[in-house]
Design a protein around this ligand. Structure first.
Ligand SMILES: *Cc1c(COP(=O)(O)O)cnc(C)c1O
Length: 398
């Protein structure tokens, strides 16, 4: 049996053809395939607008910039996530408050968020960044209510949950990133995620002003829209006698401090091609989860798991186990490369140096002491999954 990673991309002949076609076209970047991918992705998640960017971290950075944060302001983050979903606030000069996770969903606990709000009334809290960890979508209708009461924006980190949904209080399915509750949602197209473009990311929103702002920030803060120009037509023409004419076509203005966070056309072509299989692959992930859930439910070493949750997108299948280190090493010796998601962000030295310490978020820390993400990717074969299940069960028999 060859090595089995915890996650792996799938590249088909169609994907390769789509990329070659893009490479042979006139545009390697800033061409038509980016807008096409954005429109298809927006439709897939059910949002009005989508902005493709160079990676998920860039998506987080631009979103926080566009939503707004000042130096004396705070954002509430989850400690169980990839560090980028917290770092983005620091990039923009803002400050962090963490809320603990719910020990059964592994998602940011709304009760913990409420107590953070109550015990920090002296601080200006402006936003909240819930994470659809492992692919389970946050109950955003409840977060939206709380956000409205406190005047907070919501940035949903949906890197794990494209195609996933939660069920709102009216019984409706609400897809991750559909813009109905969060002000903006972000996705990553790193190869371990559901849709791979090499590096790549996406922001979705239903707010047109935010969309325009994000489009500018993605390209150096430049606008080419004459309705927005601040300098005069005469200035733009370089000639004080030409005041009555139109702005020349070359003219553009840099109005804010943006970046180059663009994706390329050949990456967008790969993304569009991958998106065609997104639903099929999501179904396969759910099948794999169902089998893990059934066949590991009696396993002695398993304390708790991702389980079977409607709408879960299963980027990861997480087990909380006894003797996690032993299981991890044993699986590695069998060429099964399980992974740990995540080391709590507040205990990363960068954040510890700012005052956080062990014991601050007990649910997150207990979870970290026991968690292990076992292989989960659509192209995993039934035989490979049998092998993984057998090895886990055997480990706890000995
Ligand atoms: C992957 C990931 C990111 C960052 O995405 P990149 O494309 O790697 O920059 C952010 N948040 C979460 C939860 C992720 O899984």
């Amino acid at each position: 049996m060859k090595a089995i990673p915890y996650g792996r991309q799938e590249i088909t002949e169609e994907d390769i053809r789509a990329v070659i076609e893009a490479l042979q076209s006139e545009f390697l970047t800033q061409g038509p395939r980016i807008l096409k991918f954005e429109q298809e992705f927006a439709e897939y998640v059910g949002a009005n607008f989508a902005i493709a960017v160079s990676n998920g971290t860039a998506a987080l950075h631009l979103s926080v910039l566009a939503l707004g944060i000042k130096e004396d302001e705070y954002v509430i983050c989850s400690p169980i996530t990839f560090a980028a979903s917290v770092n983005c606030v620091k990039y923009c000069g803002g400050n962090i408050l963490f809320a603990d996770i719910d020990p059964t969903t592994y998602l940011m606990d709304i009760e913990s968020v409420k107590s953070v709000l109550e015990s920090n009334t002296d601080k200006k809290i402006v936003g909240i960044i819930p994470v659809d960890f492992a692919g389970r979508v946050v109950q955003l209708d409840e977060f939206k209510k709380l956000a409205n009461q406190h005047g907070l924006w919501i940035l949903e980190d949906s890197c794990h949950s494209p195609g996933g949904f939660f069920i709102d209080s009216a019984g409706e399915n609400q897809k991750a990133g559909n813009g109905n509750f969060a002000d903006a949602s972000i996705f990553s197209f790193h190869p371990v995620k559901h849709i791979a473009t090499g590096e790549g990311g996406m922001i979705t929103t239903n707010n047109e002003n935010l969309y325009q702002k994000l489009m500018e920030l993605r390209t150096h803060g430049i606008t080419r829209n004459p309705l927005k120009f601040e300098n005069s037509i005469a200035f733009a023409n370089g000639n004080s006698n030409l005041d009555g004419l139109d702005y020349p076509l070359w003219y553009m203005e840099m109005q804010s401090l943006g970046y180059n966070y663009r994706i390329t056309d050949f990456q967008a072509a790969l993304g569009s091609s991958q998106l065609l299989r997104a639903d099929k692959n999501l179904e396969r992930r759910r099948q794999i989860a169902l089998r893990y859930s059934k066949e590991l439910s009696d396993c002695k070493g398993v304390i708790h798991s991702s389980g079977i949750i409607e709408g879960h997108a299963y980027h990861l299948y997480v087990l909380e186990v006894v003797d996690r280190r032993g299981l991890y090493d044993f699986l590695r010796s069998e060429q099964i490369f399980a992974q740990i998601h995540y080391i709590p962000v507040h205990l990363m030295p960068f954040y510890k140096h700012q005052g956080w310490k062990e014991g601050d978020f007990p649910n997150a820390e207990t979870y970290y002491s026991r968690c292990i993400s076992i292989p989960m990717f659509p192209s995993m074969s039934d035989n490979e999954q049998s092998f993984v299940i057998e090895k886990i069960i055997n480990y706890y028999l000995i």
